[in-house]
Design a protein around this ligand. Sequence first.
Ligand SMILES: [Zn+2]
Length: 400
Amino acid sequence: MKNLWNDLEAKSFIGDDLATCVYTSCLLGAEEDLIVHGGGNTSVKSRVHDFFGREVDVLFVKGSGWDLKNIEKSGFSVLRLEETKLLAELGELNDTEMTKQLRLNMLDQAAPLPSVEAIQHAIMPAKFVDHTHADAVLTLSNNPNGEAIIGDIYSDCLILPYVMPGFILSKQVYNEVKDFDINQYKGIILHRHGVFTYSNNAREAYENMIELVSRAESYISENGVVQHVESQSEVNLLDLARIRKSVSASRGSAQLAMLDQSDEAKGFASRDDIADIASRGPLTPDHVTRTKRIPVILDAKPDENVSEIQSFVNEYKAYFERNKVDGLIMLDPAPRAAVWSSNGTIAFGSTVKECNIITDIARHTRWTIQVGESLGGWKPLSEREIFELEYWVLQQAKLA
Ligand SMILES: [Zn+2]
């Protein structure tokens, strides 16, 4: 992974903490393999004057709904640091109360709401904190031997098992950082979730991220391969129209269908093992609200009613029944993505923006799945863990 730091550019931000953080955020966001659509977040601890002119310690943290690649100063939420850190000391904190307390800690109510990972940023004992959901690290982590491989290449990092993001994750990190100095580590690897790097120096936090992710990339290029399958198929647009109509009926509103017929998409869709490998789960649970847990797998020549869509809907309902808890209402059961045998992949959405996001996620996911298969197997989180994220109220709020 290329280190994009440029001394000349960075120089103009010296003395302005938030501008420096915006700069490194954009560098991280420029690498799609680090961050896809809203994934990842950054922060900087600083001091500002409050309404009465008093100096206050604050945390500038990426606001919900912003992408790192084009974030600006106005994309950061500004939180009272001490009060935000105190939240991590609580024994329990439910989602509603956490959101409320973070909101109360905001110094500027007009700024966007803070990332759901804000408390983790607050408790890290370093000025600059970077967090990504890097493809390469997830590829290795979502593997039956993931713990051994990650343990091997990240012996100088703190490695933590997967827990649900939000307060539970904040608590897990808090328990690690409260008794000793995590600055002795180069970063934190969260299994099946992502990477944290941190430093009092913005450049060091950024460069540590690039270095850590590059290690996973090197491991993959030395040990993994993507099997290339050729496909000469010609798409019948009437088939695509029937697929789109069927998905629209299952979602209850007209849907756009965006077909990806790139060689990579067609090759992926033409693999003999596609139904198996594409149906195990997402690259990161963060994607589930965009893509649902799995895509629908379509035959090269779907039947008149595209019965695969109805089967997908039935299976989604069964998945909901298997995992639901009291009070949950089922979301619409329509697929958001399809793998269309021999023909490529399709993204379904109500807007072009939604389709583009799903197409991008699908591109990253298919690469990761195929490399993961060649490295011992693609094994994402369990169905229940993914369900918890899909129905997590804070995750759904990101779509609003
Ligand atoms: Zn995260």
